[in-house]
Design a protein around this ligand. Structure first.
Ligand code: BTN
Length: 245
């Protein structure tokens, strides 16, 4: 049966869940921590994880997710949070949940990370790590993160219960997997991802270099950008709005 581990503090829920996944943890097993000391973001980034945030990793097994999977999870979580907390969110490729204010300024509410590991039985497991700034007071973040992030309580204008938020987020992640597994499931998922995509029609930069105007997401999850020399496909990198440095 799926297990749930809850810690007051961990280096990283992702690392603990990866360990469990390799050891054959059942599908749906969840690791939660109230704070992390070495929270991991995408690539080599750190994820600041003070008290008040939601930090969890869920094991989906067996699972060998396709490239659309992280975006599908992001879209499912954005939709679930919108429904539960009446907030409007956008999805920044490939893994950020953003809130956009009336003046068009974006702030990051959360992010997700997907790792895939082999298991002893020859199958593989996906570990989905999710961080959401839930009740975290801005003062607990570093100045750089403080300026570019927002908490769910502030957005929703109401208290957020971390256990309830956990359940909403875990159900959404599992739901995204089920949707993609349905025959023809890619199509509605892709439509949802495209509907939530941040920055379409804007000039964008990848890893600091301006490359053109964001067109959308392809069925394989890659980003499509129209550059001065024609269409460009972006498989990985850090996206920002603007023409770059
Ligand atoms: C990103 O935006 O770069 C991804 C952030 C993912 C953070 C979560 S918090 C729970 C899980 N444990 C980690 O160490 N990282 C993920």
């Amino acid at each position: 049966m799926a297990q749930r581990e809850l810690y007051p503090e961990l280096p990283s829920t992702q690392d603990r869940a990866l360990q469990l996944a390799r050891q054959g943890a059942p599908d749906g097993s969840v690791v939660v921590a109230r704070r992390q000391t070495r929270g991991r973001g995408r690539g080599t980034r750190r994820w600041e994880s003070p008290d008040g945030g939601l930090y969890l990793s869920v094991v989906l097994a067996p699972s060998s997710p396709g490239p659309l999977f992280p975006l599908a999870v992001g879209a499912a979580i954005a939709d679930a949070l919108s429904l539960e907390y009446r907030v409007r969110l956008r999805l920044k490729w490939p893994n950020d949940l953003l809130a956009i204010d009336g003046g068009g300024t974006s702030r990051k509410l959360g992010g997700l990370l997907v790792d895939v590991v082999p298991r002893a039985d020859g199958s593989s497991a996906a570990v989905v790590g999710i961080g959401v700034n839930a009740r975290t007071p801005a003062s607990r973040h570093s100045p750089a993160v403080r300026a570019s992030s927002v908490g769910l309580e502030e957005l929703a204008g109401a208290p957020v219960d971390l256990d309830r938020l956990e359940s909403v987020v875990v159900q959404a992640a599992k739901g995204a997997r089920s949707s993609l597994e349905e025959s023809g499931g890619d199509r509605p998922v892709l439509a949802r991802v495209r509907g939530l995509l941040y920055g379409v029609g804007e000039a964008v930069a990848v890893d600091g270099a301006g490359i053109g105007t964001l067109v959308g997401v392809r069925p394989d999850g890659a980003l499509e950008v129209l550059g001065p020399d024609g269409p460009r496909i972006v498989l990985a990198g850090h996206l920002s709005l603007g023409a770059g440095r």
